[in-house]
Design a protein around this ligand. Structure first.
Ligand code: MN
Length: 292
């Protein structure tokens, strides 16, 4: 068992807007070395760092659009977001909640600020991840998992260090509620000042973290400020984090699918032919129907 060292600490890129409701820093697939293969099965990560949205009568967000071939996972840290999709999935998530939408064979969906949040305005902070599906599940039926904060696995750390919320995977024997199609770990680590925690993932798994709040030290040597992303090497298994201020850290690790990726816009398939098919099916109305 050896230490998993940092490969690179990635600062947030200049933010851009997705629709008019999500002001995001893209980390995957556009930041340093973080292409879709490098963090496979995590093929996209947009991070809306804490941002104040003023009151708005019309909810801000992203209108109806399709997805096929993967899952979209939205983790809410501040603010509230509503989702509706053409397979009937939908709901509102707020602080601490997660929505896990399996697009698979295809859905149309829309993502908006929740109405009351919109009218009142407020701080908004979210992560959206795209988790790739193994080839054999890309054309499975769509699925929607609403994961409320209280449903998550919860591990209290020793010595009042804080806690680990398990969204997917397992930490110290406690499992997360998310159903996944390949081995994926997704934890929210909430550390008190000076609190610490250790993690252990197979060397081959692609592993990273994002500092959502506060500031941490990794493996006793590297200081990682808020809104920075840490990519770990695919060597060694264990790493250690210590908080230098009260901190929230998103920890991600997954077994690479090691399958070809053919991606364009909202579709992520294995071959170019499948991508062409996705565009044709979308144009022919095979993704169902959803009102604007
Ligand atoms: Mn979407």
């Amino acid at each position: 068992m050896s230490t998993k060292n940092i490969e690179v600490i990635v600062p947030p890129r200049e933010p851009h807007f997705v629709g008019d409701g999500f002001r995001v820093h893209n980390f995957i697939p556009s930041a340093y070395r973080l292409d879709m293969q490098r963090m496979d099965p995590f093929i996209m990560l947009d991070y809306n760092s804490r941002f104040y949205f003023p009151p708005s009568e019309k909810p801000k967000g992203v209108g109806v659009h399709p997805h096929r071939g993967f899952e979209t996972v939205t983790i809410a840290y501040k603010g509230k977001v509503a989702h509706h999709d053409s397979s009937g999935g939908g709901g509102i998530i707020g602080e601490g909640d997660v929505q896990w939408m399996t697009a698979a064979s295809g859905v149309l969906h829309k993502e908006y600020h929740e109405e009351t949040f919109s009218q009142e305005g407020g701080e908004f902070q979210m992560v959206q991840l795209w988790v790739n599906l193994p080839a054999k599940f890309k054309m499975s039926p769509p699925k929607y998992q609403a994961i409320a904060n209280q449903q998550m696995g919860e591990v209290e750390l020793d010595n009042k260090n804080g806690k680990v919320e398990v969204i997917a995977g397992e930490y110290q024997g406690v499992k997360g509620p998310a159903f996944t199609f390949s081995p994926v770990s997704m934890f929210n680590v909430k550390l008190n000042q000076g609190g610490d925690a250790s993690f252990d993932f197979p060397a081959a798994y692609n592993t990273a973290l994002l500092v959502i709040d506060g500031e941490i030290e990794v493996n006793g040597e590297s200081v990682v400020p808020v809104n920075h992303f840490v990519l770990f090497e695919n060597k060694g298994e264990k790493f250690h984090i210590k908080s230098l201020a009260q901190s929230t850290v998103l920890v991600l690790s997954g077994e690479p699918l090691n399958e070809p990726i053919a991606a364009h816009g909202p579709f992520v398939m294995n071959t170019r032919e499948e991508l062409v098919q996705a565009f044709q099916d979308f144009q022919n109305g095979k993704f169902g129907h959803l009102e604007d």
